[in-house]
Design a protein around this ligand. Structure first.
Ligand code: AMP
Ligand code: ZN
Length: 123
């Protein structure tokens, strides 16, 4: 897509802080982080929103979500358990979809927020 910000990031026409890349996906740091760790996972192909996805996108969507635990481990926010089994760490994954979903960039992306709270606008 000609005028898509995240297509340009995927094509390296616009710089970003890339933290992961393979043939299908890229992950980079959000330019306005809302948490100590705030990453965006995108497909390299242009898909405007989750609303355009169907069963043919199942593998792609699965790969996007399955990347989150790896990124979490690499950025210090994986879930861990103490000797009593009490969990610590963790992160939030989010896909904003359309205007009512709060989407601003119309290229499918998965937000990944992590790190110690409070986060911007959240406890
Ligand atoms: P959304 O509201 O779900 O569409 O989120 C779009 C996200 O893209 C926001 O969190 C922005 O801070 C982020 N963003 C916008 N431009 C850039 C950029 N050039 N590099 C990295 N993140 C960006
Ligand atoms: Zn795009």
């Amino acid at each position: 897509m000609d005028n898509c910000l995240f297509c340009k990031i995927a094509a390296k026409q616009i710089p970003s802080s890339v933290v992961y890349e393979d043939d299908e996906l890229m992950a980079f740091k959000d330019i306005h982080p809302a948490a100590p760790v705030h990453l965006l996972v995108i497909p390299k192909i242009h898909v405007p929103t989750l609303s355009e996805c169907d069963a043919s996108h199942t593998v792609l969507l699965g790969k996007m979500l399955a990347l989150a635990p790896r990124l979490a481990a690499e950025h210090g926010c994986a879930v861990s358990y103490d000797a009593d089994g009490v969990p610590a760490g963790g992160y939030k994954t989010l896909i904003n979809t359309g205007p009512d979903g709060g989407q601003e960039v119309y290229h499918l992306h998965l937000h990944m927020y992590g790190g110690p709270r409070p986060w911007r606008g959240q406890r």
